[in-house]
Design a protein around this ligand. Structure first.
Ligand SMILES: O=C(CO)COP(=O)(O)O
Length: 248
């Protein structure tokens, strides 16, 4: 089975109603988008409903986080059920910014991933090393520990898209070279084959994130284990269309 190329736009804590109009209604909805690409955009939580109502049906919408309880006294949190109630069917989990600023552990990310999947969401769990890990030769140890916490909790991998985001490449303009990214993606796929199953390794999309833009997306997309991108800064601009269409 060929893996469908995936391009996600993570707006992080950016955007407003004006951006939903200019970027979603006037740009993404009207542009000719590569039909072989699955496109998902992730605005801040309060804009999910409006984004979902605005975007064409072929564009998916993702939350940037979700909690692992069905409902209850968890002030400030959002459940999978609430997301589904507003027709949001994707969620990004374990982004490095959440791991860093909100102290999310590997285990917490693994448990939230499993709960979100079991409650009907599709999940983009993020993994990735910091510069100090890479320089110490620990890149894959860090990533395998992050993957293991996911694999320990998840039973069905059908609705997972793994995002590899080296922390040193996020928002820095320092993109991983296609070879650096490919090398990690290949090892993630091998880890899945060895620790989950050959089928999951073959079918799971592994996308790259970290300073992706319209100029570097084409080269990165040629690598055999790079199945798409998770784009931050450049997903807030009309150039996002050119990233989606980078393989045309
Ligand atoms: O963190 C990212 C996407 O989740 C990447 O961000 P940038 O594309 O801004 O580097």
């Amino acid at each position: 089975m060929a893996r469908k190329f995936f391009v996600g736009g993570n707006w992080k804590m950016n955007g407003n109603t004006a951006l939903i109009k200019s970027l979603v209604a006037e740009t993404l909805n009207t542009a000719k988008l590569d039909e072989t690409v699955e496109v998902v955009i992730a605005p801040p939580a309060v804009y999910l409903e409006k984004t979902r109502a605005t975007a064409n049906k072929n564009i998916g919408v993702a939350a940037q986080n979700v909690y692992y309880k069905k409902s209850g006294a968890y002030t400030g949190e959002i459940s999978p059920e609430i997301l589904k109630d507003v027709n949001v069917d994707w969620v990004i989990l374990g982004h490095s910014e959440r791991r860093e600023y909100f102290k999310e552990s590997n285990e917490f990310v693994g448990e939230k991933t499993a709960f979100a999947l079991e409650n009907g969401l599709k999940v983009i769990p993020c993994v990735g090393e910091k510069l100090e890990h890479r320089e110490a030769g620990k890149t894959m140890d860090i990533i395998f520990a992050q993957l293991k916490a996911i694999a320990d909790n998840v039973k069905d991998w059908t609705n997972i898209v793994i995002a590899y985001e080296p922390v040193w490449a996020i928002g820095t303009g320092k993109v991983a070279t296609p070879q650096q990214a490919q090398e990690v993606h290949e090892q993630i796929r091998k880890w899945l084959a060895d620790n989950v199953s050959a089928e999951v390794a073959e079918n799971t999309r592994i996308i790259y994130g970290g300073s992706v833009n319209a100029s570097n997306a084409g080269e990165l997309s040629k690598e055999k284990d790079i199945d798409g991108f998770l784009v931050g800064g450049a997903s807030l601009k009309p150039d996002f269309v050119n990233i989606i269409n980078a393989r045309l």
